[in-house]
Design a protein around this ligand. Structure first.
Ligand SMILES: Nc1ncnc2c1ncn2[C@@H]1O[C@H](COP(=O)(O)OP(=O)(O)OP(=O)(O)O)[C@@H](O)[C@H]1O
Length: 610
């Protein structure tokens, strides 16, 4: 129930939709019930052989019986005044008008409900996406991408079609049933009491049926998420899958997950679908019982039940099953909706671990140095960085070198606070970065990752990423500095060319140069650079290297260096091993020490050029 109300809280402002909905629904129910009530006089005129006699007007009492008898009274009057056929015309006209109004209001109420539903889901989807974007990088190491995608895309959809659609069931259908029962009671109390006895029995049967649905729904949704993850991985890794002849293997893996999903869906749907025929059957069985009981009452001349009232009674009672059925259906579906809702709310409730302190201040423009002091860091339990200390002075290029897994990338991720450190300090111009606003630090740091990260968009938008007011002149200028302008001009639509998924339509060197152009345009005072290890051909390599050198000019840079030339030109080299700084100094100083650096140089482990 808590989940349900939380999901509804996304309907804000609910009054905007709920008030017109309640109003139109009430009118639809009133006119809908009126239609059936009018059947009594209609049948009476058609079948009665006696001439109408004047009767006295019934006294007002607030009850269903009064309304039935007042109809009777006016109808009788109409027969006396206009004759039987004339009265029939009037009643038919009223029935048609009332049916028109009832359907009109039903349509309007449906429209308000749809607006509420779509509005709620729009809110929910935006909230989930925004919250996911706010999460710190570490969150994505633990959550599977496909899981997040399926929560935002599919689970929200399930919530939409189950949770919010129960809203109308909660309000409209019980009200409709009540209205019908008021009329039923006024026609025959005895008969109605008899039929009510059946309701708890069918309720019990249905609730046993749906009890297990929620667990099954959760397993089905999880299995669906696995499929999405798998699809995502397969599409990203399609080249490797082909190269390793792994297509049959992947197909088989997908087939298995797909079969699991189908199994859960099937067993869930089997139960779900049972609810409707069972409730319909119970409804008809009840009508059968009423038919016998009511017929018995008429034949014996017991009570006041007339044949026309009895037919009307049966007509109305057969209508009761419709809202009753939709209530029972809603209850079977809601479990599936709640399971999906819980999965979605997990994402809404996830709290980013890295947020601004309330006392955080805005960092001034970088003007002195970044200092790592006895930094300790662990992704989980195992310490990855241990007592790391070094300084990056303004204007310097500092190179990080060390064997694979020594912690170079980790150090680069700590400066923009993608992760928080466990011990020590990282000082930005003397202030701990945890005391500064995240935006104000990240705004001063540019990032060129090893793997070019580009979006399925135009070249212009990829370069101007994150700078919405960038002009074409500025973008061209940045592209020229990054040696990208010439190749861009050779593409089909120049800066408007779409580069495909993750830049698939470009070469590796071109992708790197676009990423460099993006960093140039951002013009941050500090650059974090992860040099690509993949060897490019000499021509492309030269263009990229040249672009990187220009990017680093007049800037403070921390570079994960793989090229000997970058390392030799660095002002300072930090040599890492197993998360510790083993040596630091210039190229010449470190060579003289004949330590790890010397060994690494001799082993030529700095990539293609070394
Ligand atoms: N997201 C993560 N979760 C847990 N452990 C991680 C994560 N990322 C890296 N590690 C571990 O941290 C250690 C340092 O990794 P890091 O990526 O910083 O090394 P690196 O020096 O950049 O290596 P390479 O040169 O191969 O890129 C490794 O032992 C790695 O297994």
């Amino acid at each position: 129930m808590k989940t349900y109300f939380r999901l509804l809280s996304f309907a804000k402002p609910i009054g905007k939709f709920a008030i017109p909905y309640i109003f139109t629904t009430l009118l639809a129910i009133i006119f809908g019930t009126l239609n059936f009530t009018l059947l009594i006089p209609l049948l009476k005129t058609l079948f009665s052989t006696e001439a109408a006699k004047a009767v006295s007007k019934p006294d007002f009492v607030f009850s269903g019986k009064y309304f039935v008898s007042i109809f009777d009274y006016y109808f009788n009057e109409a027969i006396i005044t206009y004759g039987k056929y004339g009265a029939l015309k009037i009643v038919t006209l009223i029935i048609v008008c009332s049916a028109f109004l009832s359907n009109l209001f039903r349509y309007l109420s449906q429209r308000f409900m749809e607006e509420l539903r779509i509005h709620t889901m729009q809110n929910l989807r935006t909230t989930v996406f925004n919250n996911v974007m706010n999460m710190n990088i570490g969150f994505f190491n633990n959550e599977r991408k496909g899981d997040i995608i399926s929560k935002v895309a599919s689970d929200v959809q399930v919530v939409q079609f189950t949770v919010t659609s129960t809203l109308q069931v909660i309000f409209r259908d019980p009200l409709q049933i009540t209205a019908f029962f008021i009329v039923l009671f006024s026609i025959s109390t005895k008969l109605t009491l008899f039929s009510i006895l059946v309701v708890p029995v069918s309720g019990l049967i249905i609730s046993t049926l749906v009890k297990k649905l929620k667990k099954k729904a959760r397993s089905a949704q999880q299995s669906y998420a696995n499929m999405i993850s798998f699809l995502d991985e397969s599409l990203s890794g399609i080249k490797i899958i082909n190269a390793f002849n792994a297509i049959p293997f992947m197909k088989e893996k997908f087939r298995k997950e797909n079969a699991t999903f189908s199994k859960y869906s099937y067993s869930m749907i089997r139960r779900q679908q049972l609810a409707s025929p069972i409730s319909e059957f119970l409804g008809i069985a009840t009508v059968g019982g009423i038919l016998l009981y009511g017929g018995h009452m008429i034949f014996l001349g017991e009570g006041t039940l007339t044949p026309e009232a009895f037919i009307t009674y049966l007509a109305i009672f057969s209508q009761v099953t419709r809202p009753a059925k939709s209530i029972s259906e809603a209850f079977t579906n809601i479990n599936q909706g709640l399971a999906a809702g819980e999965r979605v709310l997990e994402l809404v409730d996830a709290k980013p671990q890295i947020v601004d302190k309330p006392t955080a201040t805005t960092a001034n423009l970088f003007n002195n140095k970044i200092e790592l002091k006895n930094v300790e860091f662990a992704y989980s339990e195992k310490l990855i960085l241990n007592n790391v200390s070094f300084e990056i002075n303004k204007g310097e290029t500092v190179a990080l070198v060390g064997p694979s897994g020594s912690g170079k990338t980790t150090i680069c991720d700590l400066l923009p606070r993608f992760y928080d450190i466990k011990g020590g300090n990282i000082l930005f111009d003397g202030t701990d970065i945890r005391d500064l606003k995240l935006d104000s630090i990240r705004g001063q740091i540019g990032l060129v990752p090893q793997e070019s990260i580009l979006f399925n968009d135009s070249i212009f938008n990829n370069i101007a990423f994150g700078i919405p007011d960038a002009t074409m002149e500025e973008v061209i200028e940045a592209a020229k500095i990054a040696n990208a302008h010439n190749f861009i001009m050779e593409t089909e639509n120049g800066y408007e060319t779409n580069i495909g998924d993750r830049g698939a339509k470009l070469s590796g060197g071109q992708r790197q140069r676009l990423c460099i152009a993006r960093a140039v345009l951002g013009n941050p005072p500090i650059m974090l650079l992860d040099e690509a290890t993949s060897a490019l051909d000499t021509e492309s390599e030269k263009l990229v290297q040249d672009a990187l050198n220009r990017l680093m000019q007049n800037r403070t840079s921390l570079v994960i260096a793989h090229r000997l030339s970058t390392i030799q030109n660095a002002d300072k080299i930090i040599v890492l091993e197993k998360g510790k700084v083993i040596e630091q100094g210039s190229h010449q100083e470190l060579l003289l020490k004949e330590g790890l650096y010397h060994k690494l140089i001799n082993m030529q482990s700095f990539g293609a050029e070394a």
